[in-house]
Every structure is written in structure tokens, then in C-alpha cells.
Design a protein around this ligand. Structure first.
Ligand code: ZLS
Ligand code: CA
Ligand code: ZN
Length: 393
């Protein structure tokens, strides 16, 4: 088997920090930072580190975080102590400042370090793109898209994506943000609501009453007031349970293709939340590693500077598979790597099946019922196409 080699004249940088991965949200909490260790272990076992520039992410500074977050919030985040007794079940009478300390966003040991390392990796990736030192920069420890200016939300405390896009905007006139996490990218959408220099598009499970965060309807497209430059610059693709690779690829390619044509971004930021995969503990879709990866492949083909962020992903073995495959796509070695997992991989027993591409039957036994009629998907494409008439690069 031929070794993974560095593509000539093409640079992929990989930004991570093992200190981030050792943090714990609590025993029963679905967010497991060690999924990053598992992913890295698989990526390295395939020999991909030899084809990338590898960097230990530094912690973002207070000033860098304050580009987006309020200092009141950062000061509190930097001083709150972990709760002596982890509060796993819903607190009936919570005393939550900034939405911190509930069961979704618990206070744990080293919380501020965890957050600043996540944002540090994202910022390092953005700088590599700004200085044209990378063609694709990867920050799997980032992608925490729900965090607000002065509020934690949905397992996210610091919005590393917003901070990284603000850095991109110092060099790039227009940035396209794409979000394939199963949840709506509400924090990023809101942060750039009133600018026409960032266009956001999120694909997500949408059910205002039963699925977090409940926002991101098809006709939520930015400020309704036409005087506001951000009007029409938020695209939302609300989906139902069980969507397949084939349907998702059709939607993604059509919609992202048309946005790129119209908005002409000069850089792309792609949040690769792996909770949109079949078999995810919190997700509802039937996507396979191939279909999820096809989104990365499509973005790479746009030939624009690209950042890949992590995000959700609650079945660690599938997160590791997806982010490994997507790292190989970034490098361009996806055809060269074996679909069989390397025998010598540490954590090998975590993966159950010895393939990078388990079938739906292997993942789920019984695939989830698909509740996305073709007609509805066509209506979504049509709505977005009409919306884009109002967008001018
Ligand atoms: O996009 O649905 C909610 C909010 C609640 C219901 C759940 N309870 C615990 C809190 C109040 C309305 N929250 C979601 C957040 C999903 C965040 C996704 C992040 C991202 O992937 C980006 C990183 C939610 N869904 C599932 C849970 N929370 C959840 C499931 C199981 C547990 C254990 C720990 C804690 C309490 C029991 C918890 C949360
Ligand atoms: Ca999404
Ligand atoms: Zn998610």
C-alpha cells in the first residue's frame, strides 16, 4: 500500500490540543470531548499527519474572545467554580446567570481552558487561511455554533466560529458559513444577522416544539427590514427525520452551488457537526459517512480557502469515522486510504465494525423512517432560489 503523501503545492493544516480533550461535562452528558482523541487516533493511524501541517492549538486570549463575547460574560465564565455536586437531572429551580450551570451547559473543572482552547484552534485555523499559509485548515475541536454574545446554549459556551469568521473578515470581503450539524446554527446566524459580508446557511432537523433549538424555519432569512444589509443573508434548510445521503447531497449541492454563484464568497467556513449521521445519540437523520463527507468534497471543489470546524456528534465511533474521512478528503487521499480500519489503531475495539463506512443496517439494524417527501425538498430549493434573487455580491 502506498504511503499517504503531501499533495504538491497544496497545504492542509490541522489544529488541535490534547489538553482540550481531557475535560468532562459529566458522566451522563452526551458531549464527550474524548471523541476528539478517538478521531485523532484514527486520523494518525491512517498516516495522514504526514500529509498535513500539524499545530498544537494555543488558548485564545481574553481580548480575542471579547471580539464577540461581552466582557461581563467572559469575566463570569473565567471565575465561576465547578459545581461540587454535578447536577445531571433537570434542575427545577435553577439560578442561572448567562444560562450557565444547567444540565445542558454544566460548570465543570477547567471550563474556561476548554473554551479558550477550542477557540484558539479555530483562530489559528482562520489566521492560516488569512495569511494564505493553508488552503484548508481543520479545527475539529471547534464548531460550537449555539453560544451567544452573553449566553451559553446547547453545550456551547464560546462561539469559536464567530470569533474565527471575525478574523477572516479582516482579510476577506465575503465569507460563506455552512452548517451541517443536525441542529440549527443559531448563534452564528444571529451574530451576523445585520451584515451582508457573511451569508449563513444551516441544514438541520426542524421541529419548533420538540427539537433544539427550535429556530431556523425556511422563511427565517435575516432582518425583515430591507434597509438592513443583512436582509436575505440567512438561509435555512429545515428537514425532518430520516433524510438520506442521496436527498441531502441533492439539496446541499443545489443550494450551496447557487449561493456560491450569487454571493461569490472569498472564503468558506464549514461546520461539520457529526450528529447528522445515522445512529447518532441525539440526531435523527440517516446520513452515512459518505454522504456527510460529500458535503466537504463539494466545498473543496469550489476552490476557495476553506476552514473545517467540528461541532456536535454524540456517537464517538461515528464521529471519528466521519472526521477521518473528511480529513482524507481535505488532503485529497480519500481514494488511497483503505476502507478497512487500520489493524494497529489504538482504541480499535471502540469501532465495532472494522470499516470506515458501515452500512445503515450495521449502524442501526433498522433504518429510521424517512419523513422527507421529495416534493417538500423541491419547495425548499425553490424558496432558497427565490430568496437568492435579493442577494447581490
Ligand atoms: O448543536 O433540548 C434541549 C433543552 C432542554 C431539554 C434537555 N434538558 C436536559 C435541558 C432542556 C430543552 N437541549 C438540547 C441541546 C442540544 C445541543 C446540541 C449542540 C450541538 O450539537 C453543537 C455542539 C439537548 N438535547 C439533548 C440534551 N440536550 C441532553 C440529553 C441528555 C442529557 C443528560 C445530561 C443532560 C441531562 C441528562 C442532557 C442533555
Ligand atoms: Ca445545522
Ligand atoms: Zn448538534
Amino acid at each position: 500500500e502506498s504511503a499517504i503523501t503531501r499533495p504538491k503545492g497544496y497545504t492542509v493544516s490541522f489544529h488541535c490540543n490534547p489538553d482540550m480533550e481531557k475535560h468532562h461535562f459529566g458522566m451522563t452528558h452526551p458531549m464527550k470531548p474524548w471523541r476528539l482523541t478517538l478521531s485523532k487516533s484514527l486520523i494518525y493511524s491512517y498516516g495522514m499527519s504526514f500529509a498535513m501541517d500539524n499545530y498544537i492549538a494555543r488558548a485564545a486570549t481574553y481580548e480575542e474572545l471579547a471580539d464577540f463575547h461581552s466582557t461581563d460574560y467572559l469575566d463570569f465564565l473565567g471565575t465561576v467554580l465547578p459545581e461540587p455536586v454535578p447536577r445531571d437531572l433537570e434542575n427545577q429551580n435553577p439560578d442561572l446567570r448567562f444560562n450557565l450551570g444547567g444540565s445542558d451547559c454544566p460548570l465543570f473543572e477547567g471550563l474556561y481552558d476548554y473554551c479558550s482552547l477550542s477557540a484558539g484552534g479555530a483562530l489559528d485555523a482562520a489566521r492560516k487561511i488569512c495569511y494564505k499559509q493553508s488552503d484548508i485548515a481543520i479545527a475539529w475541536g471547534g464548531g460550537l455554533h449555539h453560544a451567544k454574545k452573553a449566553e451559553a446554549s446547547g453545550f456551547c459556551y464560546i462561539n469559536d466560529i464567530v470569533v474565527a469568521i471575525l478574523q477572516l473578515l479582516r482579510f476577506h470581503p465575503r465569507v460563506l458559513y455552512i452548517d451541517i450539524d443536525v441542529h440549527h446554527g443559531d448563534g452564528v446566524e444571529e451574530a451576523f444577522f445585520s451584515t451582508d459580508r457573511v451569508m449563513t446557511v444551516s441544514f438541520h432537523k426542524y421541529d419548533p416544539n420538540n427539537f433544539f433549538p427550535g429556530t431556523g424555519a425556511l422563511d427565517d432569512n435575516g432582518p425583515k427590514n430591507e434597509q438592513n444589509p443583512g436582509a436575505h443573508h440567512a438561509v435555512n434548510v429545515p428537514l425532518n427525520d430520516g433524510i438520506t445521503d442521496e436527498q441531502y447531497d441533492m439539496l446541499f449541492n443545489t443550494i450551496v452551488g447557487r449561493i456560491v454563484e450569487r454571493f461569490r464568497p472569498t472564503a468558506i467556513a464549514l461546520q461539520c457537526g457529526a450528529d447528522s449521521l445515522a445512529g447518532d445519540r441525539l440526531g435523527r437523520f440517516n446520513l452515512q459517512v459518505q454522504g456527510h463527507g460529500a458535503c466537504v468534497e463539494f466545498c473543496k471543489k469550489m476552490n476557495l480557502p476553506l476552514i473545517l470546524f467540528g461541532g456536535g456528534g454524540y456517537t464517538p465511533r461515528n464521529v471519528a469515522r466521519a472526521w477521518t474521512y473528511e480529513t482524507s478528503i481535505a488532503i485529497g487521499c480519500q481514494e488511497k486510504i483503505s476502507p478497512m480500519l487500520p489493524q494497529h489503531a489504538p482504541w480499535r475495539q471502540q469501532f465495532r465494525q472494522d470499516t470506515l463506512f458501515p452500512t445503515l443496517e450495521q449502524i442501526l439494524g433498522e433504518p429510521r423512517q424517512n419523513r422527507n417527501p421529495q416534493k417538500r425538498l423541491q419547495d425548499i430549493v425553490q424558496h432558497v432560489t427565490e430568496q437568492l434573487r435579493f442577494v447581490q455580491a
